[in-house]
Design a protein around this ligand. Structure first.
Ligand code: 5RP
Length: 229
């Protein structure tokens, strides 16, 4: 039996092997979170294989830079061949719920540039229906109460995310706040993603359904499996 950290490392290494098949000089899209961190560490010895990386958070940028990666701004890149990121949940169609680390908006922006989205996770993230994990919604601070009421009218229980340490409101890399919406019925992730995006003051929400995964690498106690969508 592997520990959860070992399962994450296994899938991170498998993703590293996938991206090493890209031509030298390619640009890589890199996600955020503990699994993405292990992916960054796994590709670190090959930093010079890539022209650079487009990063989805300040945290990933710092880690990539520490490993010698050139960081490219989204505005410098029209498309990237592969974006690799973790997820909080993934359903059988490849729709994901993300943003547990609070980087959902930038993750969406980088993912949108990518030809192929490779989701990396352990099997505990696979669900039949999204929504056991609270859905993160990034908002402009001035709109937080009204967006909270709108989400509650959809049946959610909503809490304003707080910093894990030190107290106070969690503030994203974009100076937004995060509303975590529990108990939503996510029967149609594509529709709900669009519906929440329409609320004034919403920057982005953690449903990655319109731009879902193209390939899932999932680690199990029997090894890493590939699921293409
Ligand atoms: C961050 C994310 C992460 O990909 C998601 O939270 C999964 O994180 P981890 O790999 O630590 O379980 O969306 O905003």
């Amino acid at each position: 039996m592997y520990t959860q950290d070992q399962l994450k490392a296994m899938v991170a290494n498998a993703a590293a092997q996938e991206v090493m098949q890209l031509a030298p000089g390619s640009v890589l899209g890199v996600g955020t979170g503990s699994t993405a961190n292990l992916f960054i560490d796994a590709i670190a010895p090959h930093a010079k294989h890539f022209r650079g990386a487009v990063s989805s958070s300040e945290a990933s940028t710092a880690r990539l830079k520490a490993h010698g990666f050139q960081i490219l701004d989204c505005n410098q890149v029209k498309e990237i061949p592969i974006y690799v990121d973790g997820a909080d949940e993934i359903d059988p169609q490849g729709h994901m719920l993300k943003g547990g680390g609070g980087a959902l908006t930038r993750e969406k922006i980088v993912a949108q540039l990518a030809t192929k989205f490779i989701c990396i996770c352990d099997a505990s993230k696979q669900v039949q229906v999204l929504g056991q994990f609270p859905l993160p919604v990034e908002v402009l601070p001035m709109a937080s109460e009204q967006v909270k009421r709108e989400l509650e009218s959809l049946g959610a229980t909503v809490s304003l995310r707080q910093k894990k340490e030190g107290g106070g409101v969690f503030v994203t890399d974009n100076q937004g706040w995060i509303l975590d919406a529990s108990h939503l019925t996510i029967a149609n992730p594509v529709t709900l993603e669009s519906q929440i995006n329409q609320l004034p003051g919403v920057i982005a929400n953690g449903l990655f359904a319109r731009r879902k995964a193209d390939l899932l690498l999932v680690s199990t106690h029997a090894g890493v499996q590939k699921v293409a969508y």
